[in-house]
Design a protein around this ligand. Structure first.
Ligand code: ADP
Length: 244
């Protein structure tokens, strides 16, 4: 296990407001990590910084064995380097089937399978990708008629098909039934056995089930880190959440 992502002294202001304030933290490979924090803590801004959507004012974000500085790379370069991002709302091609969605993801330029793709059995590869997210029985189903949870899984499956080294996932459990949440937990735990997965989540029960290291973000910096029980017992975290 070694650090895959190393965020050091990163700050980002919007006008005079510091959304990220001297943030330092690292993610190992493999690792499952949850980031929690109240609204406005800087969670989305953090993901925007890592994926190159926005640039920090100061600090570095280093990635991989070559310690490449992501702050000097374009969004496309960062994606090709193996960083995938799942936004909160599912974005799948609704008029295409599950199989077609996965086939497209497998053939995407940033997929390590893209070069080999024409030589492998495309259907078998798509079925395998579907099985990772429990959709192997839905290969012929148009994505548009899947449940909200199944759409989320399909998109996770499409991202996993591209074999990211680091997968950032924004509130995957939002709007899911409790059975879907449980299945999603299993999926993320499994995915994080071979890669780094960072999950932003508000649902504490979901975070508890992930059973992973938690970073509490507050006013743009890491306020506490450790198991969920450890951070929840931290008086600074209690202050932030209960506003004492
Ligand atoms: P979270 O995802 O934890 O709710 P955000 O990262 O979305 O927090 O936002 C952190 C703070 O930065 C918020 O106060 C938000 O209003 C502010 N912010 C985020 N993006 C912008 C922007 N493009 N322009 C101005 N303020 C922004």
């Amino acid at each position: 296990m070694s650090a895959l992502l190393e965020v050091s002294g990163v700050s980002k202001s919007f006008d005079s407001f510091k959304a990220i304030d001297n943030l330092s933290f690292s993610v190992n490979e493999p690792e499952l990590r949850a980031i929690i924090g109240p609204n406005g803590a800087g969670k989305t801004t953090f993901m925007d910084l890592v994926t190159g959507k926005i640039r920090p004012d100061t600090g570095s974000i280093r990635y991989g064995e070559l310690s490449r500085d992501l702050t000097k790379m374009s969004e496309a370069q960062i994606a090709r380097a193996g960083i995938g991002r799942k936004f909160q709302k599912p974005t799948v091609f609704e008029d295409q089937t599950v199989g077609e969605n996965l086939t497209m993801a497998l053939a995407a330029p940033r997929s390590p399978f893209a070069v080999l793709f024409r030589r492998v059995d495309a259907r078998a590869a798509a079925r395998e990708a579907a099985a990772r997210v429990g959709l192997e029985d839905r290969m012929g189903t148009p994505a548009g008629i899947l449940s909200h949870g199944q759409k989320q899984w399909l998109e996770i499956g499409m991202l996993l098909a591209q074999e990211p080294r680091l997968l950032l996932v924004d509130e995957p459990a939002a709007g899911m039934t409790s059975a879907e949440r449980e299945r999603t937990t299993e999926m993320l735990v499994e995915a994080a056995k071979t890669r780094a997965v960072v999950v932003i989540e508000h649902d504490m029960e979901f975070v508890r089930r992930l059973n992973c290291r938690v970073t509490v973000l507050h006013e743009g910096h890491a306020l506490a880190e450790g198991s969920l029980d450890h951070v929840c017992a931290d008086p600074r975290v209690i202050d932030v959440y209960l506003g004492r």
